[in-house]
Design a protein around this ligand. Structure first.
Ligand SMILES: *Cc1c(COP(=O)(O)O)cnc(C)c1O
Length: 423
């Protein structure tokens, strides 16, 4: 087998530089909560391919379902010749997402594509143009979703001009907004919308219930419910981007459930199909069905192999109760992270929910972000065999997204490495 060094040389000659990687080694295989590189070195995985392999890498049910489907047929295009698994995935999503109302779903390939389609549906159904998004938001890398995403480097820099009718308003970020309560932070965002956009022009209010790439920002309690209430009152479509938070990651099927918020539309991807590319928009039947026949779709959207994987992943989450697993992981991790925070003044905050946790790193005694220290801790983890990711507008958040099937032993070993990396 080629070594990581050899593969890296080939990569430099063949792969566009704009596509980066966290790790310099090359993967040979991965299973459950670990990844093994071509040198035979094993990492404990606190990244899950960015919250994708919630059911674990190469999860047994997913492998069996994919194998069976790939031998039956690989692609017919649902828009040409439909098949049952697409319908079955939509049934599951309609039943699992928050809200007791009648729902419909449509399937796509990537998170960005799901977000684009949610905006298309909201605009079509309301006949309004504006989309309201938040500071620190991340919604993807296509032209419309770059416009929806907040951070310039690396996502937007020199890639404009961007799509219009996108308006950004302040997020609730308790560590950095003086601890505004949820209702006050929501009133601030709503006032911005009403003064600068006009409520009657808003097609969609789009929000991550816990922000992902933007820094695992958990809004103050009451923020999401107040925005939901405003959307209902003004006729804006409330879209929850649960692409990173969904599928048991936060200790429930979806993060909106923690505050009893029922979105009109939900965008889904990442954890949906055990690592196969699939995405969805699920929501109110009257919004979803407002679009004319042929108005939604795509060649690969709801590919049968990806649908088989999604059905197997959802069954795995249910049978293994991975929402409970996420809560258990969360409580083990939180107590270890709090212990680190207590002895290390660079840790300004431990936050998150379930198995979506992060620490924000600053210069001691200030709120000044310290991306250098953050990168150093992450690199030390990597060198010692633990894969972690950074995020945040200021690049100073270390985030943890272990597969929800990680064993107690792997979790403990990972946390020991993290502990030592801080020391
Ligand atoms: C990853 C992500 C996206 C984009 O998904 P892709 O599959 O990378 O296009 C959108 N929104 C959120 C919240 C995400 O975490």
């Amino acid at each position: 087998m080629a070594s990581s060094d050899e593969l890296h040389k080939r990569r430099q000659a063949a792969v566009a530089r704009g596509v980066g990687s966290t790790v310099t080694s090359y993967v040979d295989r991965a299973a459950g909560g670990t990844i093994t590189d071509v040198e035979g070195r094993e990492w404990i995985d606190f990244a899950a391919g960015i919250a994708v392999s919630n059911v674990g890498n190469a999860a047994p049910r997913v492998v069996a379902a994919v194998r069976e489907q790939v031998e039956r047929f690989t692609h017919t295009c649902f828009m040409v010749a439909p098949y049952e698994s697409y319908v079955a995935v939509c049934e599951q999503l309609n039943a699992l997402t928050p809200g007791g109302f009648e729902k419909r779903s449509a399937l796509f390939n990537s998170g960005a594509e799901a977000v684009e389609n949610a905006v298309k549906i909201a605009r079509h159904a309301t006949g309004r143009p504006a989309v309201v998004v938040f500071d620190h938001a991340y919604h993807g890398r296509t032209n419309l979703t770059m416009a929806l995403t907040a951070k310039n480097m690396p996502y937007k820099h020199r890639f404009g001009p961007f799509a219009g009718e996108v308006y950004r308003v302040p997020m609730s970020y308790p560590l950095r907004d003086g601890g505004l309560d949820g209702a006050t932070a929501a009133a601030r965002a709503i006032e911005t919308v009403e003064k600068q956009v006009g409520a009657e022009n808003v097609a969609a209010l789009l929000i991550e219930p816990i922000q992902g790439e933007g820094g695992f920002v958990v809004p103050a309690p009451g923020f999401l419910p107040a925005l939901r209430e405003w959307a209902t009152a003004t006729g804006a479509v409330f879209v929850a981007d649960e692409i990173q938070t969904g599928f048991c990651r936060t200790g429930d099927w979806f993060a909106c459930e923690h505050e009893g918020v029922e979105p009109d539309l939900v965008t889904l991807a990442k954890g949906i199909a055990g690592g196969l590319p699939l995405a969805a928009v699920t929501g109110r039947a009257e919004l979803m069905d407002a679009v004319h026949v042929g108005g939604l779709g795509g060649t690969y959207g709801g590919n049968p192999v990806a649908c088989a994987a999604a059905l197997a992943s959802i069954e795995t989450m249910r049978e293994l109760d991975l929402a409970a697993a996420a809560r258990r992981i969360g409580s083990v991790m939180t107590s270890r992270l709090r212990a680190i925070a207590e002895r290390d003044p660079r840790v300004a905050e431990v936050r998150g929910r379930g198995a979506m946790l992060a620490v924000e790193i600053v210069r001691p005694g200030t709120l000044t972000p310290d991306p250098t220290a953050t990168a150093a801790v992450s690199a030390a983890c990597q060198a010692a065999g633990l894969l972690t990711l950074t995020c945040g507008t200021y690049g100073n958040v270390l985030r943890f997204l272990p597969p929800l099937v990680i064993s107690d032993d792997e979790l403990a070993r990972g946390l020991d490495i993290l502990d030592a990396a801080f020391a």
